[in-house]
Ligand binder design. Sequence first.
Ligand code: TRP
Length: 471
Amino acid sequence: MENNRGSWGSNLGFIMAAIGSAIGMGNLWGFPYKMGANGGFPFLIIYLFFVITCGVVCMGVEMVIGRKTGKSPVLAMSQLGKRYKIVGWFGVLSATIIMGFYTMLVGYAVRYMLGFGIQIFGASGFGGMGGTDFFVGYTCSPWVVLAFTLLTFALCYIIVAGGIETGIEKFNKVGIPALFGILIVIIIYNFTLEGASQGLVYMFTTKGMEMAGTEFNFITACRMAAGQMLFSCSLGMGAMITYGSYLGKDANISKNAWIIPAADTSAAILAGLAIFPAVFAQGGSPKGGPGLLFMTMHDTFTSMGWIGNVIGFLFYLLVIFAGISSCISLMEVTSAHIIDSSAAKSKPMSRKKAVGIVTLIMVVLSIPVCLDQLGMGSIIPPFYNSFMAEGSKDLLDVYDLLSEGIMMPLGAILMCLIVGWKKGLNWMEEEVELEGNKFHTKKFFHICVKYVTPLVMVFVLVALVLSYINV
Ligand code: TRP
C-alpha cells in the first residue's frame, strides 16, 4: 500500500516543490507592501526574527512528522497520538478553504497575463480601461472570474494528478528557476527607469511609512510580520508534513529547514524590487493586496508604453508560477489525505480519482467566493459582517480568518507542543540524524520547539484573530 504513495525523485526536487509552495501571492502582494508600511528595515529585522524562531523551527517539525510517519496530516498526527488527529484535520480543512479563494486570485493573474500578452501584438487586452476600472469591471463579472478560476483548477488538477515526481516535482523544477529568472529580468529593467530608487526608499527606510500614510507601531509590525511569515512559509497546516512524507530517509531535514524559509524570504525581497521601483517610477502609490497586484501594477505597465506589455506579461506569468506552485501544495494536502485514508481502510483509491474529488470540493467552495465579487456581491449575511473589522468584510476574508487567522497558528502551536513536550526532542533528533546526517542546530531547535516558538505563536494567534474582528 505504502508504495502507491509515490516519492520525490531527489532532495533537490523536494526543495524546489517546498520553495514553490512557500513562494506565492503572500510574497508578491503581502511582504513588500507590509515591509514599507511598517517601518522598512526594522520590519525586515522583526520578520527575520519570526522566520528564524518560528519559520525554520515549524518547518523542521513538520518535515520530521511527515517523514517519520510517511503519512498525510490526519493519519500522521493520529500516529503520534489518537487525540492529536484534530491537528491534522485543521490542516486538511485549512488547505481546502484556502484553495476556495487562492485559485480565484491566480485566475485573475491568468486573465491579466493574457491581456498583456495580446497587447504585445497590438490587440487591446483590457478594452482600453485603466487599472481600477478594469479591475472593478472584471471582479464584478462573476462568471468570467469563475471561468478563469476553473481554468486554474484544471491546471492544478493536471499537475497534482500527474503524481509526486512526475507532476508536482517536474512542474516546480521548471517553474521555480523560471520564477527567479523572470524576477531578475524585471528587476534589471526596473532600475533603468527614472525615479526607481524611490522604491528602495519605500521598502528599506522609515520614509516608507510616510509614503504609505502609516505610522510605526511595534505590536502591529510584529503581528503583520508573524502572520505573513506563517502564511508565506506554508506552515501550520501540514503542507510540509505532506511534502515531507514523500522525502527519502537520506535527505538532510535540518538543512532543508533553513534553506526553504531563506529562499522564501529572498523571493519576498526580490518581489518588492520587482514591484515598488516600477510603481514609483511610473507615479503610482503604495498599496497591498489585490489592489497592488492588479490595479496599481496594471497602470504601472500601461504607462511604460509598448514594452510595458512585455514586462506585464512576464510579471503575471511570474505570479502564475508562484500561485500554481502554491495551489498544488494545498491540493496535495487534501488529496494525500484521501489517498492515505482510503488505503488505510483497505479500499485504495487511485491518485487521479482522489485528486478529482478534491478538485470538485474546492471548486464548490470557490464558487461563492467568485460570486461574492470581493464583497461587492454581498453574499455574506449582514449579521456576520457586523463583527468583521472594516476592510475584512467579504467572503474571502471569512475564509482567510478561518484558515490563516485561526487554524494555521493553532496548528503550528499544537505541533510544536506535541513534538516538544509529548514526543520529546530525542524523537525528533533520531529522525533528523538518520543515515549519518548531522543536526548542527540541535540546541537551537531544543529551546525553540519547547518554549520560544509556542509562546511567540500564541501571541500571533491572539493578535491575528483580533485584527479580523471588531473589538
Ligand atoms: N505560501 C503561499 C503564499 O505565500 C500560500 C500557501 C501555499 C500556503 N501552501 C500553503 C500557506 C500551505 C499555508 C499553508 O502565498
